[in-house]
Structures are given as C-alpha cells and as structure tokens.
Design a binder for this molecule. Structure first.
Ligand SMILES: Nc1ncnc2c1ncn2[C@@H]1O[C@H](COP(=O)(O)OP(=O)(O)OP(=O)(O)O)[C@@H](O)[C@H]1O
Ligand SMILES: [Mg+2]
Length: 438
C-alpha cells in the first residue's frame, strides 16, 4: 500500500525536512505556483523556524509531520488545506516519512503535491477559516505592563516611555526580533490608554493575501467586484480604539501609499464606495527588522515610516540583556510550577551557564518554551542538561555556540550526500576540539 501511495503521487511540488522539534532544516519548492512571489530572503526566513510558525493555520493535532514523528511511521494523506505564511490558501497531498536512526526519530521529510485549483484559491480566500491566531483578527488585548518582566535599564526605560505615550494619539512603531515582546508592549499600551474599553484590532500584514488586503483594511461595498458585500474594514472596526498592524513591512507598497493617506486625513473609503467615512483610530505598528534596513530593502515607504514612527520603541534581543535571563528562568519556572502542579526549584549551574552563553534567536519566547518543555521531564529538584531539548543540550562542550547556532543544512555543500555532510561536520567539530585543547 505504501508503494502504491508513492506511485499515486506521480510528481512532487515541494519537499520539506524538519528536525524532531519541527524546526525546518530544508525546504524546496519546485512548482512555480509555490514559488510565486517567493524570494530568497523569504526562504532564509523560514529556515530554522518551527513549521507551525510558518504554516500557522495547520492544526498541530492534525499535522502529518507531528503524527509521523510521534508514531514513527509514514503518513499519507489525500488532501490537506491550509494557509501558508503569506496568507495564501493551499491544498496539498502529502507523504510524510519519519527519519529514524538507531530507533530514534531525528525528524521527518514531507513530499507535497500542490492540488490547489486556481478558482478554489479565490473562493477559499473568503471562506477559509484559519485556526491560528496569526491569521485571525484579534479583538482583545489581554496583556498589561505588569506582564512585561525585565531588569534591564534600557527595557525599563522602554516601559516608562510606553506608559508616557499610551494616551497620546501619536502613532507608535515597535521593532525588535521575534519573541522580544512586541505584542506584549502593543497590548499593554492599549490597556494603559483611555481607549482600553474600546476595540483593539490586531492584524498581521504578513498573513494577508495581497488581493484581499485593501478590502480587509478599508472595507467594501456591494457590487464593487464580483461577490463583494457591504462590509466595514479593520479601520472602521477599530473606530475609537487601537489598530495594531503587525509586520507592517509585509504590506504591499501601493497599499502603503493608501494607508498613508488615511493616516493623514483620518478618513477611509471602502473599496467601490464614493463616500469617505471619518475614523478615530490609534495606529500601532510593529516589525522585526531595523527600520533603516526595511527602508533600504524597500519593504517600507520612507514617508509612511516617518508617519508611523512618531514614537519609536526598540526592544532588545535577549542576548543583549543577559541580566534578564536568570529573572526569566525564575519567572517561567514559577509559572509552570503553578500550571503543572510541580515544585521545580531552579536550573543547574551548567544549564544556567549554557543559557547565558546561548544566543537565543527566538528570544524570550524561545526561553519560555525551553523551560516549559524541560519541566515536562523533571519530577522534582532542578532542570538539568538532560532535560533540555536536544538542540540545546547538544551545544554543550562545543566552543563558539553562536557559530554553530545558525548553521543549517543550507550552509552545507548541497553536492554532498548526508553521510558526507555528517562526516564533514564531525571533522570540523573534532578539529575545533583539538584546537581548543591545544
Ligand atoms: N518582557 C517579557 N516578559 C515576560 N514575558 C515575555 C516578555 N517578552 C516576551 N515574553 C513572552 O514571549 C512571548 C512572545 O512575545 P511576543 O508575542 O510579544 O513577541 P513578538 O515580539 O511579538 O514576537 P513575533 O515577532 O514573533 O510576533 C510572550 O507571549 C510572552 O510569553
Ligand atoms: Mg508578535
């Protein structure tokens, strides 16, 4: 049956390899439809991310990758519908095979065939109900400044400044790497302002299909295009409150000009409408690259940038505020002790040293997940190295954690076989160890 399944998959459009934690190690798309609008930097941006982060609409309980890793067996499914990280609905047939060495699952390889039909694409854009928050418009701000933990002077200053401007109508731009707390800051600002009882509307711009952007943001009127209905956009929904546009640098350039106009006039015009509507909305935006970089790479219009960043808040990556690491260790252990009804007392000296040395590309979110994951394997006492996710504990004993850190399959010579890659890596590591020990 297995061979029949492979045979029925008479061609392959995409291949993805993940490690046992679901981190994408390799991804290639052969189908031009998959590749549409896909640039090299987007490829870079998905490597090393968890696949659930890249395909947020996939329900972890239904994921073929997770199932195949858990059950250590190949999974074949006829149809999987999901939304990719650019917000495009996709339907695929997948064959997922676990990678097993000495009985241990190292990851999985997934072969996919794109079966999205063009007309379905259009319909699904409207009908599809994503399950993950990334694609869902959120109307609730839960966090307050009390949830933002830090002892770093610069970050404390950020909190102080954010409180000062919470009630001002000025636009705020928050930037920082993934997991540094941008969402936390945005929600806290809203909840600290006099708009706190008014709507808080959040939209991730990277999750919106380009053709729907304008209607979602500004609304539409019946007859504007085939299937168009009378519908308010996010601006109208956020009226009186705050509109949070996350990953603003993913907004199409031509729409950025329209957004600028709305910000200047305080009026929106629904698509297909001839009248303008006045809106009172406080705009907060966020992005995870430096503004100067975003401008240089033409991801954001300079004029819009100045309009959006009347107030600017830069969140430091965790590796630039190491004094926060022990604080988060305590904070998250307490949090999960409570949740898991455990009494873990802390982390061992080796774990703390590793945490202080590691570069934390996923920042606070990654540290939080590492602690949560480890606490599942400790009954009492401390979190030791053996309780950590393998990708972290593996780093112990190697010199230059940060160097190995970002190394992925894409850095290796793709001409080599897997055995050769392993051999090459082993050689590099041994040479390093020899050098270190003199
Ligand atoms: N200063 C902090 N204090 C306490 N928890 C934090 C802090 N910063 C981040 N976190 C934790 O990390 C998680 C991720 O933070 P948040 O969603 O705000 O990151 P982000 O910068 O918006 O990341 P992304 O760019 O990936 O959207 C939060 O849900 C929270 O649990
Ligand atoms: Mg965020």
């Amino acid at each position: 049956m297995f061979y029949n399944d492979i045979l029925s998959m008479n061609y392959v459009d995409a291949i993805m390899i993940v490690d046992q934690h679901g981190r994408i190690m390799y991804s290639v798309r052969y189908n031009p439809r998959f590749d549409e609008h896909c640039h090299d930097n987007e490829y870079e941006s998905i490597i090393n991310k968890n696949f659930l982060e890249v395909y947020p609409s996939i329900n972890p309980n239904e994921s073929t990758i997770i199932k195949s890793i858990k059950e250590k067996k190949p999974i074949y499914i006829n149809e999987q519908a999901f939304i990719d990280y650019k917000g495009r609905p996709i339907k695929t047939q997948n064959l997922t095979i676990p990678i097993i060495r000495s009985g241990k699952v190292l990851g999985a390889i997934e072969l996919s065939k794109d079966i999205t039909k063009i007309e379905e694409k259009v319909n699904n854009n409207i009908k599809f109900k994503p399950v993950n928050k990334r694609n869902k418009v959120s109307h609730k701000a839960m966090y307050t400044f009390q949830d933002i933990i830090t002892v770093n002077q610069y970050m404390l200053d950020n909190i102080r400044r954010a409180k000062m401007i919470a009630d001002s109508p000025s636009s705020v731009l928050i930037y920082g790497e993934t997991g540094t707390g941008k969402e936390l800051f945005v929600q806290s600002i809203h909840n600290y302002s006099s708009r706190k009882d008014k709507p808080f509307v959040a939209q991730n711009c990277a999750a919106l299909p380009e053709n729907l952007f304008e209607t979602i943001l500004f609304g539409s009127v019946k007859g504007a295009f085939t299937g168009a209905v009378d519908k308010p956009g996010l601006f109208e929904e956020a009226n009186g409150g705050t509109l949070f546009l996350d990953e603003i640098n993913s907004m199409p350039f031509n729409l950025q000009a329209k957004l600028l106009r709305v910000l200047q006039d305080g009026k929106v015009r629904r698509v297909g409408d001839n009248k303008e509507r006045k809106v009172d909305v406080r705009i907060i935006t966020a992005m995870n690259i430096e503004p100067s970089e975003a401008i240089k790479q033409e991801q954001i219009r300079e004029d819009l940038f100045y309009r959006l960043s009347v107030v600017n808040i830069r969140l430091l990556p965790l590796r630039e505020r190491k004094e926060d690491i022990p604080v988060y260790i305590d904070y998250f252990i307490k949090k999960y002790n409570h949740k898991m009804m455990k009494n873990i007392t802390g982390v061992s000296k080796e774990v703390e040293e590793l945490f202080l040395e590691y570069t934390w590309p996923g920042n606070v979110r990654e540290l939080q997940h590492v602690i949560e994951s480890s606490m599942n394997f400790v009954q009492h006492g401390q979190i030791e190295l053996i309780h950590l996710p393998v990708y972290l504990s593996e780093k112990i004993g190697y010199e230059g954690i940060s160097e190995i850190d970002n190394k992925t399959i894409k850095d290796f010579d793709m001409e080599l076989s897997l055995d050769e890659v392993i051999e090459k890596t082993e050689r590099e590591l041994i040479e390093k160890a020899l050098k270190k020990s003199g």
